[in-house]
Design a protein around this ligand. Sequence first.
Ligand SMILES: [Zn+2]
Length: 473
Amino acid sequence: MLGNIVLKENAETVAKASSVEMINTLIENVENKDDTSIWDSLAEMTDLYGHRMTGHVQYDRSVSWVMDDVKLHPELTAWEEPVTVNIWNRNAEYAKLYIPTRSPPEIDIPMLGSGQSIGTGPEGIEADVIPVKTFEDLEKLGSSKITGNMVLFCADFVSYAENAKYRISGPLIAEKYGAVAVLVQSITGYSLMTPHTGAMYLSSIPSASITIEDSKLIERMYTRYIKAQKNPSIPNSDKFVKPRVKLVMNAESFENAKVSSNIIIDLKGSEKPDEIVLLSGHFDSWDVGVGALDDGGGAFSGYGALKMIANLPIRPSRTIRVIMWNNEETLFRGMHAYVEAHKDEIKKHVFAMESDMGNFNPWGMQVMGSDDMISNLKDLGKRYLSNVGGGNVTKIDHSPTNDISALGEMGVTLGGFESLDKYSQASPPSVEANEGYYRFYHSHADRMEALDKDQLRANAAAIAVWAYIIANQ
Ligand SMILES: [Zn+2]
């Protein structure tokens, strides 16, 4: 691949005095605490327009905000590229849990319908709830026990990869056993009564996420009920009822209902303008919170990095391109549209980076690429970023993020830019590193307070250094 050849030479050629000077200037941004412009910009846009769910008018208004902002930087060229998207509207929704010993016996439980879910109809669906920890548990119960009931997937949080399958595939599997609806314990390890939404495969039954607290409550109710059935003489057995939930969701979907856009911003290279180093984050969010962390931080870190490089007196050799992707949260239509529109130039993409795991203290990149490439990147990271963070490199054998995966399949080296954990400072690729991220994502709590001004700028500076090194020789 082009990238491999280039970077082999790069480790040496980048040591040119002028490049080192430029890199040091970029690194100075890490400690420049007076500059809170990245956080402030994201705050202004999200305060004005709110979330950026694909297909929603607020997405378009936020795109316009970015396009206007780019005009303040004449070195940069920005344009929108069309992306045909579906529209999914959550509309009014609620859930009630029945506990006859309470007054009143109907308890409102916080919930969020899963993205793309069908609605329940205005009357809603009321049914007993059967909690299961795994798909195997569901299979053991089988159609005879499940038909006509709601299924609650209540697996304890291990990791996103391990748990998200219940939200994503759970409805499609539960419907086969005759479930009338699905509830999912929100995919997070920590909760202050916070439900987290997210995508699901299309299914003929509706699905919603509930909080860890209510999921565990339902599980305890069910366990006591089963005990009381087996042994009616246990104390309070007459009060132990099956958990029963009424779920009302007015969600509606419209296929291919709108032409929306990706945002593309270029800083033209001085010597090889047709070769591209790609920085990116996704611009779309869910319709709760404002998508500050997921993925406003990633999109604006890339954009902030580009502005830092544009401020340098010497332009890098290759073009640095920022993409703010559309529709990462469901169908990756932004990625597919870009690959289709640029299929003849993909081979000119030297490297593609995405930041989509929070922008806390910068850690570095998980890279899908050749061993030679990775060993060169490791050297460069150590040489330039070891004092400020963001210079670690780990090899992975799959795409680090969603939006750049198609580029990886076409041979482009991929880097997923990641942070230390927000709370424990655990490093990727350990599962613990992302625990803090999952406290916020896809929830009402994904607001500006999830991000720190200095950390956001430090991420942008580290991304800028990587982009500059890779783009310049
Ligand atoms: Zn994301």
